[in-house]
Design a protein around this ligand. Sequence first.
Ligand SMILES: CC(C)(COP(=O)(O)OP(=O)(O)OC[C@H]1O[C@@H](n2cnc3c(N)ncnc32)[C@H](O)[C@@H]1OP(=O)(O)O)[C@@H](O)C(=O)NCCC(=O)NCCS
Length: 189
Amino acid sequence: MSAATDTSGYKTVRFSETTITELMIPSYSNFGGKIHGGVLLSLMDKVAYVCAAKHAGNYCVTASIDTVDFLQPVEVGDLVSLMASVNYVGNTSLVVGIKVISENIKTNTVKHTNTSYFSMVAKDDDNTAVQVPGLILENGLQVRRFVEAKRRKEIKQAYKQQVNKIEVPASFEECENILTGEKVLLINN
Ligand SMILES: CC(C)(COP(=O)(O)OP(=O)(O)OC[C@H]1O[C@@H](n2cnc3c(N)ncnc32)[C@H](O)[C@@H]1OP(=O)(O)O)[C@@H](O)C(=O)NCCC(=O)NCCS
């Protein structure tokens, strides 16, 4: 943390806060008549890009997404708003938090459909990762979001290490034991 008096090389969260609102038209729907998850993901990627690129002052790429759980379906005719803000900055990466809400225009009911966190990396014209400006935190909510993002990053690193340790038994018999109780049929050809 730096003294709050020298803000050169730092930007506020407000500077890059971004909202995209889009009407859910029939061509966005799936066979069940609800909006495709992929349409929402695409919009989330767009709003994350705008927010990240504004903060970075550079082109940014999506490195990873921390969980997308679709909590409620989005209907054709709904007005979807995606609100993005920078939650965390590293050296060349930053985390954009995105809240997605869906509004029924006729009834004015609003649903929270999901909240996700996009890790973005800033790149220069030669596709080399570049430093991002620091973040000026102006209130308790912004501090809390920064700390949460830092914790998520640590937990994700620990999780990755665990996943890398996953071993599948070499013997077929041991694999068969693990399959016991699973909804599979083993057919030997
Ligand atoms: C993401 C990408 C830039 C990482 O490149 P890399 O050489 O492995 O990067 P480094 O290990 O040097 O890390 C650079 C930064 O990215 C972060 N990073 C790398 N992989 C990450 C991941 N999977 N999730 C979150 N952050 C990640 C690092 O923590 C580091 O952050 P810091 O500088 O703030 O400490 C690179 O893999 C890439 O360009 N991927 C393609 C991105 C793309 O095309 N996205 C669109 C989807 S189709």
